[in-house]
Design a binder for this molecule. Structure first.
Ligand SMILES: *Cc1c(COP(=O)(O)O)cnc(C)c1O
Length: 365
């Protein structure tokens, strides 16, 4: 027997997360200039980083010899004021990916199950399997979460439900009244992670008043991130808001210094930059309209999206993906999400979207 034959089966069964191809990698592979490559593959903010966050990072560099504040006091205090929630409810993560995993580790184990939807964010099954728990995938409705199917899938051993709203990669959105009805019918012994990574892109009336629900539902865990509309994906910072006792449990499992000093400083500054968030939403609204109009012109179906990305149906997605790479355009295949005919395109700046549409037109001609 080799060492790796002793690895627990729930670990060897984990399929690796497939990230978007980095610009530097494509440049190496194709002999292209990095500046000639357009990456619309990881739902990153095409506006880059907020000027306020940039200044905060520059100022924080002098402190890099010191460990970060392990409690993230300044950022939690800023979030507490901004969101109107007690600091004891906030858990900071190395990206919201970190808090998703913390939630799984708190509630799941070999005798537990978690429920998530088909076509939902890939980290939910990863986090579930890493805990040796059973993952229960429910069928999708119109490419999004079917909350009736999810409620019906709950078993006595179910401890966690993951909901992405909007969902990645499909961009589908649940209405606040649907979500509330789901929370109301769920047993209190099941935690619900409501992942709002793309919440900033919604219209105000589309947003669930999820933080108001926390007082009624001690089993609700809302997660958010600075990686998307806030433009800080490379720094890794996100957070959960939950019942103080749940937050305390997540914090116990957290690495003592899970969020680095530059990320803490940048996130605190970014939180203050309402202009940047407004600009991010404007650019996204315009880009999404541009992309979907372009898809319609090309006769392509797409899944209407509420995020900063859209899934377009191209048929032979693997071939089209590689043809796009040859033209210096990186998008994301979503066969691993059960969508083998689709590519997910992140919304870029006008010129980047145009590059993608022109390349698609060429390939599909
Ligand atoms: C991008 C994304 C996240 C968060 O990513 P982090 O960078 O780890 O904060 C969480 N959930 C969904 C659905 C996402 O698409």
């Amino acid at each position: 027997m080799r060492l790796i034959d002793h690895v627990p089966p729930h670990i060897s069964a984990i399929a690796p997360y497939q990230p978007g191809k980095p610009i530097s990698e494509l440049a190496r592979e194709m002999g292209l200039e990095e500046s000639a490559i357009v990456k619309l593959a990881s739902n990153e903010n095409p506006l880059g980083i907020s000027p306020k966050a940039r200044a905060a990072v520059a100022a924080a560099i002098d402190g890099l010899a010191l460990y970060p504040d392990g409690n993230g006091y300044a950022l939690k205090s800023a979030l507490s004021h901004r969101l109107g929630v007690d600091m004891a409810r906030i858990v900071l993560g190395n990206g919201s990916n970190d808090v998703l995993e913390l939630a799984a580790r708190v509630f799941l184990g070999p005798d537990a199950s978690a429920v998530y939807s088909r076509h939902a964010f890939a980290v939910y099954p990863l986090a579930t399997l890493a805990c040796a728990a059973l993952g229960i995938e429910t069928p999708a409705r119109d490419h999004g979460h079917d909350l009736d199917a999810m409620a019906a899938a709950i078993r006595p051993d179910t401890r966690l439900v993951f909901i992405a709203n909007p969902n990645n990669p499909t961009g589908t959105l649940l209405r606040p009244d649907e979500l509330l009805a789901f929370l109301e019918r769920l047993p209190e012994t099941v935690a619900v992670v409501l992942d709002e990574a793309y919440g900033e892109y919604l219209e105000p009336e589309q947003r669930a008043p999820s933080l108001d629900w926390l007082a009624r539902f001690p089993n609700l865990i809302v997660t958010r991130t600075f990686s998307k509309a806030y433009g800080l994906a490379g720094l890794r910072v996100g957070y959960a808001i939950a019942h103080p006792e749940v937050a305390d449990l997540l914090n116990r499992l957290r690495q003592p210094f899970n969020v680095n000093s530059l990320a803490l400083a940048a996130a605190e500054a970014a939180l203050d930059d309402a202009d940047f968030i407004a600009a991010s939403k404007r650019v996204n609204d315009a880009g999404l309209a541009q992309l979907t109009a372009g898809f319609r012109d090309l006769g392509l179906d797409y899944i209407p999206s509420h995020g900063n990305f859209v899934c377009v149906r191209v048929g032979e997605a693997a071939r089209v993906y590689h043809e796009l790479l040859r033209r210096g355009v990186i998008v994301r295949p979503v066969g691993n999400y059960g969508l083998p005919d689709y590519l997910r395109v992140s919304v870029g700046l006008e010129g980047q979207n145009q590059r993608l549409l022109a390349a698609l037109g060429e390939i599909l001609a």
